[in-house]
Design a protein around this ligand. Structure first.
Ligand code: MN
Length: 211
């Protein structure tokens, strides 16, 4: 699987935007995406992005890139909520650290705040009927390709299992993000409202703007 950062790079001007270009070459290094056991932890980040429309960008490191989804309403702890997650272009790993302002006239112009960051563990079960594969964890890249990922998040704000389920697979694939029932699910708590701040600086969007 070659790096798929070309759409990301084409949309941006790295001379005038502080966003990272991403150091990876287009040739996948031998060690990347290989050798990882299915149970190993990977990078997870959610960025609050105050562009033309405020949204939350969920990014999961799958293979050598950050697979990305724009979630207009943000994540919910309520297992009854299905949150639309529109897939966007792959981002470089370095983007997980990005917080700041994308200048006017640039793609996605506006403030970006690191709303949550941590790791996740792939918990997607294999659906194959072969007995030896039953109840085994499916490879993360396969789960992604199948459009069904169960992942256990260890962030600063979000914890526990979520499911990403693809329901539209065309030029702009659409997924649903749903909290699974566990000790961290909560039907009443509004995590978006109660924890608006950056996990890097503790500042809210408003405080960032007034700085
Ligand atoms: Mn965005």
């Amino acid at each position: 699987m070659p790096t798929t950062l070309t759409p990301y790079r084409k949309k941006r001007n790295f001379k005038t935007s502080p966003e990272p270009r991403g150091a990876q070459s287009n040739i996948k290094r031998k060690t990347q995406g290989k050798s990882k056991t299915p149970s190993s932890r990977s990078l997870f980040v959610i960025q609050l992005h105050d562009a033309s429309h405020l949204h939350y960008d969920l990014r999961l490191k799958i293979g050598s890139v950050l697979k990305s989804w724009a979630i207009p309403k943000g994540p919910s702890l309520n297992p009854n909520d299905k949150r639309l997650a529109v897939q966007t272009e792959d981002h470089p790993i370095e983007y997980a650290k990005f917080e700041g302002v994308i200048p006017e006239g640039h793609y996605g112009a506006g403030y970006v705040l690191v709303w949550d960051k941590g790791t996740f563990k792939n918990c997607t079960l294999s659906r194959t009927t072969q007995d030896k594969e039953k109840n085994k964890i499916l490879d993360l890249e396969k789960a992604y390709k199948n459009g069904h990922i169960i992942f256990d998040v260890n962030g600063k704000k979000l914890h526990g299992k979520f499911v990403l389920q693809r329901f539209k697979n065309d030029a702009k694939p659409a997924w649903m993000l749903i909290k699974m029932k566990d000790e961290f699910s909560d039907g009443r708590k509004n995590i978006i409202k109660s924890r608006p701040e950056s996990v890097l600086t503790g500042l809210t969007l408003k405080q960032m703007r007034n700085k």
